[in-house]
Write a protein that binds this ligand. Sequence first.
Ligand code: PHE
Length: 439
Amino acid sequence: MLLSKEKRLFRRSVLHSFSVFSNLSNGRVCQGANSFKDKMSSIHPSIMDTESLKRRIQMPHPKNNVPESIIPKIGRNLHLLPHHPLNIVKQKIENYCQEYASKKYRNGTSQTGNALNKFEIHDNLCPLVNTKTCFDDLLVKPDHVSRRPSDTYYVNDELVLRTHTSAHQCPLIQSGTTMFLCSGDVFRRDEIDSSHYPVFHQMEGVKIFDNSELVLGDKEASLAVIESDLKEILTGLAKDLFGDVDMRWRNDYFPFTDPSFELDVFFEGEWLEVLGCGVIHNDVLKNAERSGCQGWAFGLGLERLAMVLFKIPDIRLFWTQDKRFLDQFHGLSDNPKKKVSFVPYSKFPLCYKDVSFWLPAGVPLHPNDIYEVIRSVAGDLVERVDLFDEFVNKKTNRVSHAYRITYRHMDRNLTNAEVDEVQFRLRDKLVEQLKVELR
Ligand code: PHE
């Protein structure tokens, strides 16, 4: 995935955050990070354990649209599991970037006292963030589609499950960092198919340049230095991951970088979008209280890279606990140069069922609302869902939707009776929860 999804968000004209937790006993969540201690607690939110976090996320609020099916995913942290393909890709990227930094950047410390040639690693920041750091600080317009409850999981008016790791940019930059790599799970309400899942993982890279690395008093020349360093590190990263492949840079748009680019690589016969990046917008640095500084940022989807590199055909596989999947990656972390393709251990038969219904009159329903009910009932048994028919009855003005649900278990055979039972529960739930009228 994940860039394609990310890009769609931005092109629909997007984006994502951070929050500071304190005083866990009464469940209060602070929105600001003023003192050093506050800043540190926002950067090291491990002070909130997974169970408290889950309870916080489930606190009732009229705007809370986090479904129960998301809760067990909180704290799984697939990117931190040894030998997991997401962890392997994460490590490969971190190793490459650290090596680049140690060779390319000056030894020494910045005015803020941070190392100039070593990325800080942040891979366990709290996924519950506020809309300020997720959207506002990053110049995402108030009416941008990415903020809509149809696209984003809200816990209340101010708190969301981060929709991208860029949510951590401003707080980390504000803490005085010179450079960091930040990875974690991100959450988006979306369609259902082999490359879309409501929880996936991203990595963000940021470098803020020290004056000594730029051309003093010449913003344009400094910009050229930043842009060329950004392209150099990322071209090298793509080579490290994909080998000696053709690459192309394309101009892109993100609200928080200017200029913005996308990197594509030509891999096994097709052009793949690998990442988005750019020079950090001056106003973002201002929001992080580092006006006058300059730097670059990039963001990439770990699932997308792992799916391509290891030929993993379905995004649900990352969540399986089946040893036939996980064992294939053992030994790879110690031997990162070894090439692996995932060997599908099964191609269990698929089975599809259709459901069609009238939407409730006068209530705007988004297909993402339907997908979510399907997920909540059928979970990872669903391989994909297609809205295959949609029309308005001219007389009654009512809207009809028809969905085809493809069921396939990744680890075993499904029986017809089992699928029927799920489909019946699903039909009931659609009526009960969304008030649709089955046809
Ligand atoms: N946050 C962006 C996304 O989710 C990716 C990105 C990160 C782009 C940093 C530019 C700079 O699509």
